[in-house]
Design a protein around this ligand. Structure first.
Ligand code: FAD
Length: 431
């Protein structure tokens, strides 16, 4: 029997170092480095991020999502979860630690499915954060049903030629390459119609229609590109995996990407809760602290309970990924984590805003942005509804319809069956 929630002492020392480093060195630069540190040509970013990355490398905490075969320590998901809880408090911490999305998932795709030429050109530079990348899957006609995507890739001699539009291709304007899902076999069964490709930045025909900005980021240029692929020609070895394997390749990155996002969200929610606690203890009204008001106490209690429930679900899912080493076995767990994540962040940051009053509603506090972030989380990597459908379908597995008109738990029938079974004993006992 083994059931333990403790962190081993040696790793706790690393977590303590990470906590101090994120608070003292990275959180301050969140206020001055734009675009979460993804614009490699930004002079402010160039001056501030690489020295911090060097510290992380020296500490051997670089790219901890990767196994030793790819230059990471191979810590596994539970340790990663404990780390990511800290990194999630800061916008730039993921890139300082070399584990930022979507590059982390795109590196996994290249490692598993890239040709030797693609790996040589992109994989190590991506892991080293010498380049960043883009994942280009969603289409303007709708992202929730990938079987309906219209972008095509057709063979022409030794090349593939891609045509179509993609929407919300995050970081395309910084990226060295895009990973693109396109239809290669329109008549095949739905999940074998698509294939995945690498399209290098600057390939003729790759058109950036505009960079869409998410609400609340008015000071920045948008980072979510609306792209057109107009006869974009790429060599045959830029296909990732086999023809028709697009969905299988996509799953390689999406499972990991979703759980890593959830790990970081634990940190962000904790940050909102910490700020709520500070405010409740600092602000006085009607002769007592906000912390002494029962309705405020309820807000604090509900927030702590939601956070701890979510954290346990995330950690248990991480533990299952380590144990089974197969994302298919933990599909329901990951979908549940993904579906729970926006609500926890929205609820807790909403209460934090409320407790800070007018200050909380202003842009002098981060809560408005956190609330918007919760809505973005409910869409990026798939809408919440889609993940709830997965949870429900998986939950129904192993269950059957009732054999008759009434449910199998119908109490009169259960009592009648018990009486029939124990009737002789009761008759004997009450003679
Ligand atoms: C911040 C952010 C970053 C993103 N980054 C990327 C990226 O890098 N690359 C990329 O390819 N995409 C990216 N996306 C796009 C994301 O994957 C899509 O937003 C998502 O898949 C939903 O697609 P959609 O926006 O077209 O919404 P739709 O498919 O139009 O759905 C709209 C709404 O309809 C409802 N709905 C849809 N289907 C169902 C259903 N079956 N049952 C019940 N209700 C349903 C849901 O409420 C859903 O939110 C990003 C999105 C955001 C917000």
């Amino acid at each position: 029997m083994s059931w333990n929630f403790e962190t081993d002492g040696e790793f706790q020392k690393e977590l303590n170092w990470i906590e101090d480093f994120v608070r003292d060195e990275i959180e301050p630069i969140d206020h001055i480095v734009a675009d979460y540190g993804f614009d490699l040509n930004d002079p402010v970013r160039k001056a501030l991020i690489p020295p911090l990355q060097e510290e992380v490398r020296k500490r051997k905490l670089w790219a901890c999502h990767l196994g030793p075969n790819l230059g990471g320590p191979g810590y596994g998901q539970v340790k990663l979860a404990l780390m990511n809880e800290i990194l999630g408090k800061s916008k730039c911490a993921p890139i300082v630690f070399g584990c930022q999305a979507p590059d982390s998932g795109n590196a996994e795709i290249l490692a598993h499915f890239g040709s030797p030429r693609l790996k040589e050109k992109y994989l190590q530079p991506l892991i080293n954060n010498e380049v960043v990348s883009c994942y280009s899957m969603t289409e303007p006609e709708g992202g929730s049903d990938p079987t309906g995507f219209n972008t095509t890739a057709t063979r022409d001699g030794d090349d593939w030629v891609i045509n179509g539009s993609k929407w919300f291709s995050s970081h395309a304007r910084f990226a060295a390459f895009n990973i693109v899902l396109a239809k290669t076999a329109p008549d095949a069964e739905p999940h074998k119609r698509m294939s995945m490709f690498v399209v290098p930045a600057g390939t003729p025909g790759l058109e950036n229609v505009r960079d869409v900005r998410v609400f609340g980021h008015h000071e920045h240029k948008g980072t979510h590109a609306y792209l057109r692929y107009n006869d974009v020609r790429i060599p045959s070895d830029h296909l990732l995996g086999g023809e028709g394997d697009g969905f299988a390749v996509a799953q390689t990155r999406l499972g990991g990407g979703r759980i890593h996002h959830a790990m970081r969200t634990v940190g962000l929610v904790r940050k909102a809760l910490d700020q709520m606690c500070e405010r409740a203890l600092s602000r006085h009204t009607q002769g007592e602290r906000l912390a002494d008001k029962q309705m405020v106490q309820e807000m604090l209690a509900d927030s702590w309970i939601q956070l701890e429930q979510f954290r346990l679900l995330v950690l248990q899912t991480a533990w299952k990924i380590d144990k089974f080493d197969d994302y298919r076995v933990v599909r329901r767990d990951i979908a549940a984590v993904k579906a729970a994540m926006p609500k926890v962040l929205s609820d807790v940051s909403g209460r934090a805003l409320q407790l800070h009053g007018s200050l909380g509603a202003s842009d002098e506090m981060p809560f408005g942005e956190m609330i918007m972030e919760s809505y973005r989380m409910g869409l990026a990597d798939g809408a919440t509804e889609i993940h709830k459908i997965t949870v429900a379908k998986q939950t129904l597995r192993g269950h059957e319809a009732a054999p008759g008109l009434f449910p199998s738990g119908h109490l009169p029938a259960l009592k009648a069956a018990a009486l029939e079974r124990f009737g002789p004993i009761i008759a004997e006992a009450t003679k």
